[in-house]
Design a protein around this ligand. Structure first.
Ligand SMILES: [Zn+2]
Length: 465
């Protein structure tokens, strides 16, 4: 394997390991873009964007859009768009999470998205997320990520469930509640402290809804007081870092590959396209969008189904030109794809079996679970050809359910010609998935090629677009 392929994958691993939640993904993207000279805009303020300028903005700190305005851009010229998502299935800490049962302190959790929940058993878990603090009469957001295992969802011993290997279907309300500590140890700790310093029962407001042990960890990390905490949104995460794996390091072992591979490569692809092509001679806007809430259907103020994308695109056109711009635009929806599985190979259609490192997967579904058609597929293949990346075809069997993406949602919402693609992986929605080392380079290169070459490719396809 080319050393640059491993190098690119290692950079992605660093991104992944730092980003246990969509809030962290957006903050990491902000840092990448800021370092590359992109200027942050605020949605509630007037913008003055200039030709040749590079910008980004966020919504709810969990969705981000970055765009580069071509030097020769004029209103109505259109957009080259790539979209991905920042969220992954996870267990989220409940609003009131404090639970105690038979001598254990536990943390109540909510299932977010369609996770393979049994994979969360016996993992060394922690919490991460965002905390709202009131400082100097202003509410500010702080990110938190406790980097040691503080929680665990214990499996039931086989002696108490002899059928565990035949059937194991945990109840999502009763069996997924992680343990934080024992009542005995917590009491010993409390006896040591002055009762007035940290009386769990007397905590007020949001803070009192969670075990003080959990709140103490957050206060220590943020160096804040209990009174400053206005609210918190916490998610459980694995503490085991993602790594390159397999005898030849051709796999990525880690969580949230769906869809931090897409989110990372979308941002990186846009940045690389600025370096590899002449922005002063570009006539369109190149736009990278990473959305929250794909895993639950995208219906939220910051999800792909909201009007947010349209609002941003309208603000980059004069009032006469938005519809014209849409007709001249194109979108790639980048989400993960199912590689052929050696132990369940019968679940893939015989002619559509993407291999784990055989290139980027083109996803098609006539029933529009994916937005791809022959025109959008051909535009994608041309972008991939120019980047020297292989493309593999995927569609599901007729007797098998099909996943979906933000592709059909944005295609329908905006009327954008769209193609669905993805990097191949196994174990999608497990707490620890298995991806492809080479896919980071392949996906980044396909997307940067699309951004750089779309205006040229569009001319070739103008009769069919
Ligand atoms: Zn996904």
């Amino acid at each position: 394997m080319d050393s640059s392929i491993k190098e690119n994958a290692s950079k992605f691993l660093n991104f992944l390991n730092n980003n246990p939640t969509p809030y962290h993904v957006v903050e990491s993207a902000r840092q990448m873009l800021s370092q590359a000279g992109f200027q942050e805009l605020r949605i509630a303020e007037q913008w003055s964007v200039r030709n040749g300028g590079k910008y980004f903005l966020t919504k709810n700190e969990s969705t981000l859009m970055a765009f580069v305005v071509g030097g020769k851009y004029q209103s109505g010229n259109g957009f080259a768009v790539v979209g991905a998502h920042t969220d992954s299935p996870a267990l989220k800490v409940k609003l009131v999470s404090k639970k105690s049962k038979v001598g254990y302190l536990q943390v109540g959790v909510e299932c977010y998205g369609g996770g393979i929940w049994h994979t969360w058993f016996d993992r060394d878990l922690t919490v991460a997320g965002r905390v709202l603090l009131k400082q100097n009469d202003k509410v500010v957001q702080k990110l938190v990520h406790i980097k040691r295992p503080i929680l665990r969802i214990p499996n039931l011993a086989i002696h108490l469930n002899r059928e565990t290997n035949e059937k194991f279907s945990p109840n999502k309300e009763n069996h997924l509640v992680p343990i934080l500590a024992t009542v005995v140890q917590e009491q010993l700790l409390r006896d040591k402290k002055d009762a007035k310093v940290n009386p769990n029962e007397e905590s007020m407001g949001q803070v009192g809804k969670h075990h003080s042990l959990l709140i103490d960890l957050i206060k220590n990390e943020l160096n804040c007081s209990e009174e400053e905490i206005v609210d918190l949104e916490l998610v459980l995460a694995d503490t085991q870092p993602a790594v390159l794996g397999g005898a030849l390091e051709e796999f990525i072992f880690g969580g949230r590959l769906d869809n931090q591979v897409g989110a990372y490569c979308t941002i990186k692809g846009l940045m690389d396209s600025v370096d590899m092509s002449d922005i002063e001679n570009e006539s369109i806007v190149r736009m990278a969008c990473i959305y929250d809430h794909e895993e639950i259907g995208s219906e939220s103020a910051q999800g792909a189904a909201s009007s947010f994308t349209e609002h941003v695109m309208r603000r980059l056109n004069d009032s006469q030109s938005f519809e014209l711009a849409v007709a001249r635009s194109f979108m790639i929806s980048a989400d993960q794809a199912h590689a052929i599985h050696p132990n369940y190979s019968e679940l893939h259609e015989e002619n559509h079996r993407p291999s784990i490192n055989g290139g980027i997967v083109l996803k098609y579904n006539g029933n529009q679970r994916y937005a791809t058609n022959s025109v959008s597929a051909s535009i994608l293949r041309e972008s991939a050809r120019m980047a020297n990346v292989k493309v593999q075809d995927f569609m599901v069997k007729n007797d098998c359910p099909c996943g979906s993406t933000i592709g059909p949602i944005l295609a329908a919402k905006l009327g954008l010609t769209t193609v669905d693609i993805g990097a191949p992986q196994l174990s999608m929605h497990s707490i620890r998935e298995c991806g492809s080392t080479a896919s980071i380079t392949q996906m980044t290169n396909v997307l940067s090629s699309f951004f750089s070459n779309f205006t040229k490719i569009r001319k070739v396809f103008s009769n069919v677009l």
